[in-house]
Design a protein around this ligand. Sequence first.
Ligand code: MN
Length: 243
Amino acid sequence: HDSETVTETVASSPKRLHIAVIDTGIGITPDYTDKLFQPFIQIDSALNRQHNGTGLGLALVKCIAELHGGQVRVTSEVGVGSCFTLDLPLITVTPSAHEVLSQQISNSEVSSTTGSASSLILLAEDNEATTKTVSRYLRAKGYCVIVANTGQDAITLAQSRHPDLILMDIQMPGMDGLEATHQIRRDPSLVKVPVLAMTALAMTGDRERCLAAGANDYLRKPVKLQELVATIQRLLSVNNAFS
Ligand code: MN
Protein backbone atom coordinates (compact mmCIF):
# COMPACT_ATOMS: atom_id res chain seq x y z
CA HIS A 1 0.00 0.00 0.00
CA ASP A 2 2.78 2.39 0.89
CA SER A 3 4.53 1.84 -2.42
CA GLU A 4 1.33 2.63 -4.32
CA THR A 5 1.11 5.95 -2.52
CA VAL A 6 4.72 6.71 -3.39
CA THR A 7 4.19 5.79 -7.04
CA GLU A 8 1.25 8.20 -7.30
CA THR A 9 3.31 10.98 -5.78
CA VAL A 10 6.18 10.23 -8.15
CA ALA A 11 3.92 10.35 -11.19
CA SER A 12 2.48 13.70 -10.17
CA SER A 13 5.80 15.23 -9.08
CA PRO A 14 7.46 17.24 -11.86
CA LYS A 15 10.38 18.28 -9.63
CA ARG A 16 13.49 16.14 -9.63
CA LEU A 17 16.64 16.17 -7.55
CA HIS A 18 19.99 15.73 -9.33
CA ILE A 19 23.13 14.89 -7.37
CA ALA A 20 26.51 14.53 -9.08
CA VAL A 21 29.62 13.17 -7.34
CA ILE A 22 32.88 13.72 -9.21
CA ASP A 23 36.18 12.14 -8.24
CA THR A 24 39.71 12.30 -9.58
CA GLY A 25 40.33 8.59 -8.99
CA ILE A 26 41.63 5.79 -11.18
CA GLY A 27 38.67 5.92 -13.55
CA ILE A 28 36.74 3.03 -15.10
CA THR A 29 37.09 1.56 -18.57
CA PRO A 30 33.90 1.40 -20.69
CA ASP A 31 33.97 -2.43 -20.34
CA TYR A 32 33.38 -2.07 -16.62
CA THR A 33 30.85 0.76 -16.46
CA ASP A 34 28.05 -1.69 -17.37
CA LYS A 35 29.15 -4.25 -14.78
CA LEU A 36 29.68 -1.66 -12.08
CA PHE A 37 26.11 -1.78 -10.75
CA GLN A 38 25.90 -5.57 -10.59
CA PRO A 39 26.20 -7.10 -7.11
CA PHE A 40 29.59 -8.50 -6.03
CA ILE A 41 31.43 -7.12 -9.06
CA GLN A 42 34.67 -5.31 -8.29
CA ILE A 43 37.23 -4.06 -10.76
CA ASP A 44 40.08 -5.59 -8.76
CA SER A 45 38.72 -8.99 -7.77
CA ALA A 46 41.97 -10.60 -6.54
CA LEU A 47 41.65 -12.27 -3.14
CA ASN A 48 44.41 -10.11 -1.68
CA ARG A 49 43.47 -6.85 -3.39
CA GLN A 50 44.29 -3.62 -1.58
CA HIS A 51 40.93 -1.91 -2.17
CA ASN A 52 38.44 -3.47 0.19
CA GLY A 53 34.67 -3.73 0.05
CA THR A 54 32.12 -6.32 -0.94
CA GLY A 55 31.04 -5.00 -4.34
CA LEU A 56 27.53 -4.29 -3.07
CA GLY A 57 27.50 -0.51 -2.61
CA LEU A 58 26.66 0.58 -6.14
CA ALA A 59 24.26 -2.32 -6.67
CA LEU A 60 22.34 -1.18 -3.56
CA VAL A 61 22.40 2.47 -4.67
CA LYS A 62 20.95 1.51 -8.07
CA CYS A 63 18.31 -0.73 -6.49
CA ILE A 64 17.22 1.88 -3.91
CA ALA A 65 17.26 4.72 -6.46
CA GLU A 66 15.03 2.72 -8.84
CA LEU A 67 12.64 1.78 -6.02
CA HIS A 68 12.23 5.53 -5.46
CA GLY A 69 11.56 6.13 -9.15
CA GLY A 70 15.04 7.47 -9.81
CA GLN A 71 18.17 6.35 -11.59
CA VAL A 72 21.95 6.26 -11.29
CA ARG A 73 24.46 6.81 -14.08
CA VAL A 74 28.21 6.98 -14.41
CA THR A 75 30.57 8.57 -16.88
CA SER A 76 34.28 7.94 -16.53
CA GLU A 77 37.67 8.35 -18.08
CA VAL A 78 40.60 6.11 -17.14
CA GLY A 79 43.29 8.00 -15.24
CA VAL A 80 41.11 11.12 -15.01
CA GLY A 81 38.17 10.22 -12.79
CA SER A 82 34.48 9.39 -12.67
CA CYS A 83 31.20 11.23 -12.35
CA PHE A 84 28.26 9.45 -10.71
CA THR A 85 24.86 11.06 -11.05
CA LEU A 86 21.79 10.28 -8.98
CA ASP A 87 18.44 11.47 -10.23
CA LEU A 88 15.42 11.26 -7.90
CA PRO A 89 11.85 12.57 -7.93
CA LEU A 90 11.56 15.32 -5.33
CA ILE A 91 8.90 14.31 -2.79
CA THR A 92 7.92 16.22 0.33
CA VAL A 93 7.98 13.79 3.25
CA THR A 94 5.09 14.28 5.66
CA PRO A 95 5.85 14.04 9.41
CA SER A 96 3.61 10.97 9.74
CA ALA A 97 5.59 9.04 7.10
CA HIS A 98 8.78 9.98 8.89
CA GLU A 99 7.42 8.72 12.21
CA VAL A 100 6.47 5.40 10.60
CA LEU A 101 9.99 5.02 9.20
CA SER A 102 11.62 5.77 12.60
CA GLN A 103 9.36 3.19 14.21
CA GLN A 104 10.33 0.58 11.60
CA ILE A 105 14.02 1.27 12.15
CA SER A 106 13.79 0.98 15.94
CA ASN A 107 11.79 -2.26 15.60
CA SER A 108 14.54 -3.81 13.50
CA GLU A 109 17.28 -2.97 16.02
CA VAL A 110 19.25 -5.91 17.32
CA SER A 111 17.60 -7.28 20.42
CA SER A 112 19.94 -8.60 23.05
CA THR A 113 19.32 -12.04 24.42
CA THR A 114 19.96 -13.71 27.71
CA GLY A 115 21.90 -16.47 25.97
CA SER A 116 24.42 -18.29 28.12
CA ALA A 117 27.01 -18.33 25.32
CA SER A 118 30.27 -16.82 26.45
CA SER A 119 32.50 -18.48 23.88
CA LEU A 120 35.39 -16.48 22.49
CA ILE A 121 35.06 -15.77 18.78
CA LEU A 122 37.90 -14.44 16.65
CA LEU A 123 36.51 -12.32 13.82
CA ALA A 124 39.05 -11.96 10.98
CA GLU A 125 37.63 -9.32 8.67
CA ASP A 126 39.16 -6.28 6.96
CA ASN A 127 35.97 -4.34 6.27
CA GLU A 128 35.25 -1.92 9.09
CA ALA A 129 31.48 -1.78 8.58
CA THR A 130 31.17 -5.58 8.56
CA THR A 131 33.43 -5.86 11.62
CA LYS A 132 31.27 -3.39 13.56
CA THR A 133 27.97 -4.99 12.54
CA VAL A 134 28.99 -8.59 13.16
CA SER A 135 30.89 -7.96 16.41
CA ARG A 136 28.06 -5.84 17.83
CA TYR A 137 25.51 -8.53 16.97
CA LEU A 138 27.59 -11.38 18.37
CA ARG A 139 28.27 -9.45 21.61
CA ALA A 140 24.53 -8.79 21.93
CA LYS A 141 24.09 -12.56 21.65
CA GLY A 142 26.46 -13.07 24.58
CA TYR A 143 29.70 -13.98 22.78
CA CYS A 144 33.10 -12.47 23.49
CA VAL A 145 34.56 -11.13 20.24
CA ILE A 146 38.13 -10.26 19.31
CA VAL A 147 38.92 -8.78 15.90
CA ALA A 148 41.79 -9.22 13.44
CA ASN A 149 41.96 -7.11 10.28
CA THR A 150 44.46 -9.19 8.30
CA GLY A 151 45.24 -12.85 7.78
CA GLN A 152 48.54 -12.48 9.62
CA ASP A 153 46.85 -10.84 12.63
CA ALA A 154 44.29 -13.65 12.64
CA ILE A 155 47.04 -16.26 12.99
CA THR A 156 48.84 -14.29 15.73
CA LEU A 157 45.63 -13.74 17.72
CA ALA A 158 44.50 -17.35 17.27
CA GLN A 159 47.84 -18.56 18.66
CA SER A 160 47.81 -16.19 21.64
CA ARG A 161 44.10 -16.31 22.59
CA HIS A 162 42.95 -19.78 21.45
CA PRO A 163 39.41 -18.75 20.46
CA ASP A 164 36.52 -21.24 20.52
CA LEU A 165 35.72 -20.40 16.91
CA ILE A 166 37.23 -18.35 14.08
CA LEU A 167 35.07 -16.39 11.68
CA MET A 168 37.29 -15.97 8.63
CA ASP A 169 36.74 -13.47 5.83
CA ILE A 170 38.40 -14.86 2.68
CA GLN A 171 39.10 -11.57 0.91
CA MET A 172 41.65 -9.62 2.94
CA PRO A 173 44.64 -7.50 1.89
CA GLY A 174 48.07 -9.09 2.26
CA MET A 175 47.47 -12.67 3.39
CA ASP A 176 43.98 -13.82 2.36
CA GLY A 177 41.68 -15.95 4.49
CA LEU A 178 42.39 -19.20 2.62
CA GLU A 179 46.12 -18.96 3.38
CA ALA A 180 45.44 -17.89 6.99
CA THR A 181 43.15 -20.93 7.42
CA HIS A 182 45.86 -23.20 5.94
CA GLN A 183 48.41 -21.91 8.42
CA ILE A 184 46.04 -22.14 11.39
CA ARG A 185 45.37 -25.78 10.53
CA ARG A 186 49.14 -26.47 10.51
CA ASP A 187 49.40 -25.34 14.16
CA PRO A 188 48.81 -28.44 16.35
CA SER A 189 47.19 -26.34 19.10
CA LEU A 190 44.65 -24.89 16.64
CA VAL A 191 43.94 -27.94 14.54
CA LYS A 192 40.50 -28.47 16.08
CA VAL A 193 39.23 -24.90 16.35
CA PRO A 194 36.17 -24.50 14.11
CA VAL A 195 36.74 -22.11 11.21
CA LEU A 196 33.70 -20.57 9.54
CA ALA A 197 34.67 -18.95 6.23
CA MET A 198 32.81 -16.00 4.70
CA THR A 199 33.17 -15.02 1.05
CA ALA A 200 31.66 -12.40 -1.18
CA LEU A 201 32.93 -14.07 -4.35
CA ALA A 202 29.67 -15.79 -5.26
CA MET A 203 31.55 -18.13 -7.55
CA THR A 204 31.05 -21.86 -7.95
CA GLY A 205 33.73 -23.78 -6.14
CA ASP A 206 33.96 -21.27 -3.25
CA ARG A 207 32.70 -23.78 -0.76
CA GLU A 208 35.11 -26.48 -1.93
CA ARG A 209 38.09 -24.13 -1.82
CA CYS A 210 37.23 -22.99 1.71
CA LEU A 211 36.74 -26.54 2.96
CA ALA A 212 39.94 -27.70 1.22
CA ALA A 213 41.84 -24.93 3.05
CA GLY A 214 40.60 -26.36 6.34
CA ALA A 215 37.39 -24.44 7.04
CA ASN A 216 34.55 -26.37 8.71
CA ASP A 217 31.80 -24.46 6.98
CA TYR A 218 31.19 -21.52 4.70
CA LEU A 219 28.69 -18.67 4.48
CA ARG A 220 28.16 -16.43 1.50
CA LYS A 221 28.13 -12.66 2.01
CA PRO A 222 26.07 -10.70 2.71
CA VAL A 223 25.80 -12.92 5.79
CA LYS A 224 22.39 -13.09 7.44
CA LEU A 225 23.06 -12.44 11.13
CA GLN A 226 20.56 -15.02 12.43
CA GLU A 227 21.97 -17.66 10.07
CA LEU A 228 25.47 -16.72 11.22
CA VAL A 229 24.60 -17.27 14.89
CA ALA A 230 22.81 -20.55 14.09
CA THR A 231 25.89 -21.81 12.22
CA ILE A 232 28.23 -20.69 15.02
CA GLN A 233 26.09 -22.48 17.62
CA ARG A 234 26.06 -25.64 15.51
CA LEU A 235 29.85 -25.63 15.01
CA LEU A 236 30.48 -24.94 18.70
CA SER A 237 28.16 -27.75 19.84
CA VAL A 238 29.71 -30.23 17.38
CA ASN A 239 33.17 -29.25 18.56
CA ASN A 240 32.25 -29.53 22.25
CA ALA A 241 30.78 -32.98 21.63
CA PHE A 242 34.13 -34.19 20.26
CA SER A 243 36.43 -32.55 22.81
MN1 MN B 1 37.33 -8.65 3.03
